[in-house]
Design a protein around this ligand. Structure first.
Ligand code: HEM
Length: 474
């Protein structure tokens, strides 16, 4: 809201001054020179004291300002996440976890008597936050998480002391990740004096650090276990396809692409851990929120829904059981267009940031070193210089073969070197989940008149609640 208010009032470039000076850029032509020659990288922010406290300075991907180290980590991450084996893994686990989700829905919402009594209502964002949590943990670490089962048990009022440790541990991890994800921005925005000396902020900061400690302990244990498992698997037997395994074996004899050069270093556990954390934080809530907004927009656009169902039905031909495949994903063009159009009109990340550590000319002005720029994604996605009828929700614009958004005007996954490495994974998941949901279920909003309930956590527009009514399609 605040960003929109400023954009409407001040236009394409303006300045916000609170605890720091931020220049907001609302035109894609301004992004040309955001990388600096000194650091060779588009930097997100300086190495804040708070980031040091979180232990991520010079490590991992998201907040790494060291070009050499960032390139090393990003290369490992990209190789793992973009491999064809990993794509197959994503599709397989989408099917597997969707079946699990359905088994819970069957028991809670889909029995005939429950539908007759109008009790077939569920909070979509909650279900998919748990789903996505279990999914990303499996894809990143190769280990199962059972937070969705934990959520099912809570709704089913069956909490008991006999609940298995695996579920309790998964739920505890889910809660820690959630708290960390929505709270760690205080390490950027609140000065260290507040975090260390004023009780309210100090308690908040300590709570986040405790959650991080817990997550790190879990990740360390997983890495240790996996190293041992890899050692125990004979050289001629295949290894699992998760990202952790790929990072451990890269540049070792277990790596299919291994070339002996003497110069390639392997990745130590301390770096693997931050990469896994980056993947968990980057990959869990964005997709869950995005899917909720997709459901909301589809519900409000019946013609779009009709076209989408037509596409899904033409691919599945009434088969509501068979697993979704990679080919299906490539054929679900209209579903992909819907994802892009929702992301265009209602970007869940409304801004991404850059920082310059040397004087630079940007947007026709000369800036001193130490300035933070915010790229206003929402303004760019809704600008009529770049988009025809920008305020119209129109997935069909993406179906025109000759359509290509103007350079840097569609930045749902960011831009440049720092482009989101999870974009392919996110697209596959979102499109496949839309197809799996709508081929079998009729999903409607409980309240068509209420706007979607959101709140901003850091730079993410979180869906607070999305109540939907679900029943099998006729
Ligand atoms: C709908 C889902 C997603 C959206 C909309 C999204 C969006 C973004 C955006 C806007 C950025 C900032 C890019 C920039 O500054 O130019 C980003 C960065 C990042 N994302 Fe995503 N993302 C999604 C899913 C994922 C997933 C599934 C993962 C991991 C498995 C992931 C991991 C990351 C990481 C590690 C970065 C930092 C990249 C770097 O600094 O080099 N994201 N994402």
């Amino acid at each position: 809201m605040f960003f929109k208010f400023c954009y409407d009032k001040y236009g394409d470039i303006y300045e916000i001054n609170n605890t720091m000076r931020i220049i907001v850029l609302c035109r894609s032509e301004y992004f040309e020179d955001l990388s600096t020659t000194k650091s060779k990288l588009e930097m997100r922010c300086p190495d804040y004291e708070g980031l040091k406290e979180l232990g991520v300075v010079g490590k991992g991907i998201t907040y790494n300002n060291n070009f050499k180290s960032w390139t090393f980590n990003r290369h490992f991450f990209n190789q793992a996440i973009l491999s064809p084996k990993f794509t197959n893994e994503v599709i397989d686990w989408t099917n597997e976890l969707f079946n699990e989700l359905e088994s819970y829905w069957d028991r809670l919402f889909l029995k005939e008597e429950i539908i007759k009594e109008n009790k077939n209502k569920l909070n979509f964002i909650q279900w998919f936050s748990h789903y996505k949590n279990d999914m990303i943990i499996k894809l990143l670490t190769g280990e199962r998480s059972y937070s969705m089962e934990g959520y099912f048990i809570t709704l089913n009022n069956k909490i008991s002391d006999h609940q298995s440790t695996r579920i309790k541990e998964s739920v505890k991890l889910f809660q820690a990740i959630y708290k960390f994800q929505i709270g760690y921005f205080i390490f950027f925005v609140f000065p260290s004096f507040l975090r260390h000396h004023i009780p309210f902020f100090k308690n908040m900061a300590n709570d986040i650090l405790q959650k991080l400690d817990f997550i790190n302990q879990k990740l360390d244990a997983v890495i240790k276990r996996r190293r041992q498992e890899i050692e125990d698997i004979p050289l001629n037997e295949p290894l699992p396809n998760d990202i952790l395994t790929s990072m451990i074996i890269k540049n070792t004899l277990r790596d299919d692409n291994y070339i002996e050069t003497g110069a390639n270093r392997i990745m130590p556990d301390s770096e693997i851990r931050v990469n896994l954390l980056d993947g968990i934080i980057g990959g869990t809530y964005k997709s869950a929120n995005m899917l909720s907004y997709i459901i909301y927009y589809i519900a409000h656009h019946p013609i779009v829904k009709m076209k989408m169902l037509k596409e899904i039905d033409s691919i599945f031909q009434g088969d509501i059981i068979r697993p979704i495949t990679k080919d299906d994903f490539y054929n679900l063009k209209y579903c992909e267009a819907i994802v892009k159009e929702v992301a265009r009109i209602f970007p869940i990340i409304y801004s991404t940031v850059r920082y310059i550590d040397e004087p630079k000319e940007i947007a026709g002005y000369q800036w001193p070193a130490g300035i933070t720029f915010s790229i206003n994604i929402k303004a760019i996605h809704n600008k009529d210089d770049y988009w025809e009828e920008p305020n119209k929700f129109n997935p069909d614009r993406w179906m025109d073969e000759n359509f290509e958004p103007k350079k840097d005007s569609f930045i749902m996954f960011g831009r440049g070197l720092r482009l989101c490495p999870g974009s392919k994974l996110a697209m596959i998941e979102l499109v496949c989940l839309m197809a799996l949901l709508f081929r079998k279920y009729d999903i409607n909003l409980v309240d068509m008149n209420s706007p979607v309930k959101t709140k901003c956590d850091g730079l993410l527009v979180c869906c607070v609640e999305l109540l939907v009514e679900i029943k099998p399609r006729n």
